[in-house]
Write a protein that binds this ligand. Sequence first.
Ligand code: NAD
Ligand code: ZN
Length: 356
Amino acid sequence: MTTVHVRTAHASYPNVVGRGILGRISEFVPRRASQVFVVTTEDVWKLYGEAFKGGIGRECNVLFFPGGEQNKRLSSVEKLADEMLAAGGDRASIVIGFGGGIVTDLAGFLAAIYMRGVPVLQVPTTLLAQVDAATGGKTGVNLAESKNMIGSFHQPIAVLIDPDVLVTLPVRELHAGLFEVIKCGVIRDPELFELFATRTQAIHDHDPELIERLIAAAVRIKAEVVSADEREGDLRRILNFGHTVGHAMEAETGYTRYLHGEAVAWGMLCATRLANLVGMLPDTDANRIRQVICQYGPLPASRDLNPDSLITRLSSDKKTLHGRVHFVLPTAIGTVKVVDNLDGADVRRAIAETLQ
Ligand SMILES: NC(=O)c1ccc[n+]([C@@H]2O[C@H](COP(=O)([O-])OP(=O)(O)OC[C@H]3O[C@@H](n4cnc5c(N)ncnc54)[C@H](O)[C@@H]3O)[C@@H](O)[C@H]2O)c1
Ligand SMILES: [Zn+2]
């Protein structure tokens, strides 16, 4: 069991990583909570509803959400809020997000705005949500034309991460989450990166202790970064390594070809190539990053994507400020630099060479 604390100006809370933590949820639910509303999907509830009920040990209202990006919308939040109100939810209620990143984003946002804000406890059940979405307080929903455009910062009261629930996660989803963990290694933790390079077989075999260790390391990094920089300042930006081009690739393919982590893996390959091309990253490190990412593939193809269309999308990204595209580029394994003054020709070349 590993507990990592997030401390921001607005909140301080534990992220607890441990096998079987699902059986101990009650310890993290404030006794004074008048009602508990669990936002989840039918598939997750079918698999883990009994364990959840056993762990919480008190009456709760289960609110089902259909899941899927297309349903991560304001209308779903409104529907859930109506259900909360109908069930007598008041300001002393709490919301628990129990599912993948879509559920934790939506439940977090519901909690942020229900009666101007009630506490949320996050219990993420995909690797991506465990190492990324559930920590950090970013919550929100999609607009028809663009992802995560409406939202709020609402820090949870705790994040409970049970690696045992990952046994039912499809392998492709698991690997997509692993790419976010590799990202953490490249941006801040050479030892974590080394585990991916040397313990490949054990990771492929889903060795539970190793997976728990990887999650704890990634959560520690996210917690450190968020604690130092709650909003999207320069430090928090380092978490966007691989996301500049990754987001463009997701959008370019209508969010249907890649899982988020897979697009990030392509994005990291592009950023690594770019860093190497402009002389910021030595060949040996660039090759190692590339090799490690490729060991956790295969990634869905990208050869047919047009680099120029991707570049056009880069400048319309939500994270683009004053028209300047920011890239997070590695300068060594474990260190990155945020740059916004790259030559467009280098960017194009790095993308074209990587995707070919
Ligand atoms: N807030 C943030 O900082 C942040 C960061 C990264 C991603 N996100 C968001 O996260 C979302 C993606 O999350 P995701 O990748 O978890 O996808 P997801 O929530 O769609 O979950 C993937 C699928 O796995 C199922 N599932 C969940 N847990 C399972 C389990 N234990 N066993 C079997 N199946 C299970 C889900 O029902 C779903 O069908 C995106 O909407 C993205 O915007 C948010
Ligand atoms: Zn991501």
